[in-house]
Design a protein around this ligand. Sequence first.
Ligand SMILES: Cc1cc2nc3c(=O)[nH]c(=O)nc-3n(C[C@H](O)[C@H](O)[C@H](O)COP(=O)(O)OP(=O)(O)OC[C@H]3O[C@@H](n4cnc5c(N)ncnc54)[C@H](O)[C@@H]3O)c2cc1C
Length: 346
Amino acid sequence: MHFHTIIVGAGPGGLACARILAEQGIQPLVIERHETIGTKVCAGGITLGGLIDRVPRDLVEKSFPVQHITTHLQRACIEEPVPIIATVNRVKLGAHMAHQALAAGARIMSGWQVKAIGGQRVIVEQKESRKQVEITFDWLVGADGSSSLVRRKLGLANNRMGIGINYQINGDLNKMEWHLNNQFFSNGYGWIFPHGETVSIGAYLPKATKTVMSAQALKKGLVSWARIQGFSLEREQARAEYINYDYQGWKFGRIFLIGDAAGLASGLTGEGIYPAIISGEETARVIIDPDHSPAIMEGLIRKHGLHRRMADWTGSSPAFNFLAGELVTIGLRCGILKFSKLEMAI
Ligand SMILES: Cc1cc2nc3c(=O)[nH]c(=O)nc-3n(C[C@H](O)[C@H](O)[C@H](O)COP(=O)(O)OP(=O)(O)OC[C@H]3O[C@@H](n4cnc5c(N)ncnc54)[C@H](O)[C@@H]3O)c2cc1C
């Protein structure tokens, strides 16, 4: 079997890339190890500048014009005339994006895992039957998330890996909350993101090699903090994953990396759906036309660099972290700083 472009991973990045390619008459093959698309652990937050206008309204679970931020010294309500952040269910988003890609003419093999890459071929294995197939390609796109096999094949290190922990519990809440408290989250933060009939309660920690807080300590901090907020998480199921923000390039000859595989998530906030979609779309445009100007990609990389430097800075000292949290919140309250500046949207 041969495909012009093989995309490893049917996350938002891979599916966005597949849709654009297929719309231009190139049939890409998307290979996804899970049978169901979109089962990724995620708080499902999307931003106004980023994606709210790009997803159909019926996919939005809840949207929030007011953000509640709690720091050591402040409790702030940041209000905008329109919703700044909304929540989506990742399985529904995955189904929607897969439908769009398939309708445009892409092919998706779900339940198949890429096991090996060599030359211009991949070996894929069906998870249930263990049947293996070799498929050749002209172009390969690594859209396979933070533990990317394609990235490993390229020999790139991962020195900046955020940790995200999520509990999705039953409940009908209407207040979106961010908590900056280094006692529980070091230079990360805890969140309460209401969805339809559930609530995402979780924590994110940007973790460069020198950062000291471990994933276990973050989980312990999250559970203790949640108890203070009135949530008992001890018997709930935690799901955790890395969020790669160690960007080291996206074009490597016939191989591209996008989204988390490229390390394009925000080091500061862990926001990764938007960078995955934008980098997926831009990669498709470059595959279609090698002379395509990657201005959008360059803007995304600049914003990513800013977030990475801020995450490095807040991680370098508890005092800097404390100061940054308080100053950013004061800036937001006074309107000097806009929430959109903290988004990955370009
Ligand atoms: C706890 C937590 C909360 C988060 N909350 C938010 C949030 O609120 N908002 C936000 O914007 N971002 C959030 N993120 C980050 C966001 O989930 C990711 O940045 C985003 O999903 C990246 O998209 P992607 O397409 O690059 O990769 P992914 O969504 O990770 O998709 C990669 C796909 O590749 C597949 N795959 C991997 N290896 C193989 C293989 N060898 N063969 C075949 N398939 C393979 C995987 O199964 C997966 O489906 C959160 C992350 C975590 C961990």
